[in-house]
Design a protein. Structure first.
Length: 317
């Protein structure tokens, strides 16, 4: 019995002037009452604690979402210290992405703690850090290992990067069939918010060149078209080329001009969800072919091509 309970007990005993033979049953009543009250308080606290934790996490994540990183760091750091993997990942992200200069050592520390609990996005980011030498020396084998862990949890960006590793022989033995496998998984990943334009493009490139799959220009055009529709400049350029040459889509200068124009626009204003961006020379090459087509097309064809280009941009906006 704690001191507060003893004081209450002695006060009641004094007021009631009870005899010694009646004291023992009263002791047992107060003893049971104290235990019951103690258990009740512990039960309520146990029920409230997860609510308080959820509120704290939510406050931290909301602060992060609105760009209030100092509040987010203050709210989420205690949960990260306690082992919450979502908080650990977000704290790591803030160290690596929202500070000037970035603190990559701290970012790696928190990503690793979350990754060791199986948090897939943390595994992906550790792969990036080994790939780029951020907070650690470049280690392409480690990068590929971490990409694989995240890829096996259906993270499209990790699947894409693992495909690139196999396609280029970066950290793993070059294996075009494995590259195609991972490009396809990334390209068809239902969890990718915007689809994965770069994976669609890379898969198309494998079909175009016959690497890891039989060469198939029409299948290549299918995947290029999907990536082009998502705003990937290099895919738009390739679709323009296909329409210009006529293989395999059939020659159509209006469509060729439309897609070259879109490639020119996309290359200079890459959508935020498209990463990595297309090569920097795409804009120059697309502009050259637009100029060539203008010399070949009638005024009516050119007007229609420009109308289609503007209509496509309006739909995307």
């Amino acid at each position: 019995m704690n001191d507060r309970a003893l004081l209450v007990f002695h006060s009641v005993v004094s007021q009631m002037e009870i005899t010694h033979d009646k004291l023992w049953p009263m002791c047992r009543i107060f003893s049971h009452l104290t235990v019951i009250l103690g258990l009740s308080v512990m039960t309520v606290w146990a029920q409230l604690k997860p609510v308080r934790q959820a509120d704290g996490l939510q406050a931290g994540q909301e602060a992060y979402t609105r760009g209030d990183y100092s509040t987010a760091m203050r709210e989420l750091s205690p949960f990260a210290e306690q082992g919450n993997k979502e908080a650990q990942f977000t704290v790591g992200w803030m160290y690596g992405k929202t500070r000037t200069p970035p603190n990559y050592a701290q970012a790696m520390k928190w990503f690793r703690l979350a990754a060791e609990q199986g948090y897939a996005n943390a595994q992906l980011n550790i792969g990036h850090m080994y790939n780029l030498g951020q907070g650690t020396p470049i280690d392409l084998q480690e990068a590929a290992r971490w990409y694989r862990l995240a890829a096996e949890q259906a993270i499209a960006e990790a699947q894409l990067n693992l495909g690139m590793a196999y396609g280029e022989g970066r950290g793993v033995k070059r294996d075009y069939a494995e590259a195609v496998k991972w490009y396809r998984l990334a390209a068809t990943n239902e969890y990718a918010e915007h689809g994965h334009a770069v994976a669609e493009y890379d898969l198309g490139a494998m079909y175009y060149q016959g690497l890891g799959v039989p060469q198939d220009r029409r299948e290549a055009a299918k995947w290029f078209q999907l990536a082009a529709d998502r705003g990937y400049a290099e895919a738009q350029y390739n679709i323009g080329s296909d329409y210009y040459t006529g293989a395999p889509l059939g020659q159509d200068y209006v469509q060729a001009y439309k897609w070259f124009s879109l490639a020119l626009s996309s290359a200079t204003n890459t959508p935020a969800h498209v990463y990595p961006p297309a090569p920097s020379d795409i804009a120059v090459r697309a502009k050259k072919w637009c100029d060539i087509l203008e010399s070949k097309m009638t005024s009516a064809q050119l007007a229609e091509a420009r109308r289609l280009t503007s209509a496509w941009k309006r739909i995307q906006d």
